[in-house]
Write a protein that binds this ligand. Sequence first.
Ligand SMILES: Cc1ncc(COP(=O)(O)O)c(C=O)c1O
Length: 352
Amino acid sequence: MKKELIYLDRNENHYGPAPAVFKALHKRNFKKLTTYSRDFTRGVKSRLSERLSQLLGIEEKQILLGYGAEDLLKQAVHCFLSTGETILVPQYSWWYYKVIADEVGGIRKTYPIREEEYQFKYDIDALVDAYRIHNPAMVLISTPNNPPGNSISLMDLVKVLEAMPEAIVVLDEAYTLFANPDTSYLKMLVERFPNVLITRTFSKFYALAGIRIGYALLGKQLSELNTFSARYLGYNRLSERLAIAALDSLEYYEDMRRKMLADIDMFFTELNQIPGFKAYRSETNFILCRIPENMKKPLDEYLRMHGFIIKFMNEDDLNSHIRITIGTQEENRQLMDLIKSFMEQTNYGELV
Ligand SMILES: Cc1ncc(COP(=O)(O)O)c(C=O)c1O
């Protein structure tokens, strides 16, 4: 039988969702699936937005649900960016931002990200300068950022938001929970900055990419998006219950988080011991590493032959890099050992 491939290329979470999620799935009264939810009778969109509101201390009407953060980012751009208006995005970032800006005929400008010795960093002064030069309608900040893995500190974020009152500032926080379980700052941000929009997802940390649920927190000036995104017949009743079961499983996810952080450190240390490799600090469930250009193809082939798929970057300034999604402890160990055995079995180590 052919061995199943292990995909560590799309930042999915191989630990899988908490046992309580499967329990909720099995317990479901499937009759409920034949009807729309009636959560609106309580004046809320969904029991999930209601639950998030209690959890985060943010008014329910400032919380939107969507078909993943992908959908919410697209909706925000379609709602707020008109043809010919500018959106500012990080120099290195998720390719999808470009696609949604293009969909509405937006003009995409980038702001620089600094490469320091073993990490990428947002350059706050350069970001604020870019805002002043380009006068954008929207600014996108991904924190932590994909693929470089860098974050913006809360202090810097506040500085940036204070400098950009005229734009809608979107924070893509798809990966935040891996490094920062604290959510208390979210309430402060949406109360203090009426122009901020924060997107989060159940896909990554909660390992629920398949149920397609994300949420957005809206600053008070952005209620137009509430109307734009209204779903009068409710949301996916199964997904919203599974997401709540995940929110209830703190212990499971905390244990997973500790294991992942340990493995990020393992990859960082061991990749950096390989001649010609340079791994960057990451605050996410993936790690970026520069490798010698001529190693891309043979390494890809070698790993595939042994059942592993990782991401070989192919972007303007990041084209000699791999991005490894952190899998389970066992997968991570196997992958790291395979990379080492590739180096031993070929003469690449001597060539760099
Ligand atoms: C930076 C970033 N934001 C958002 C998403 C979207 O996640 P989802 O639509 O599954 O919530 C991804 C997915 O890979 C991502 O890399």
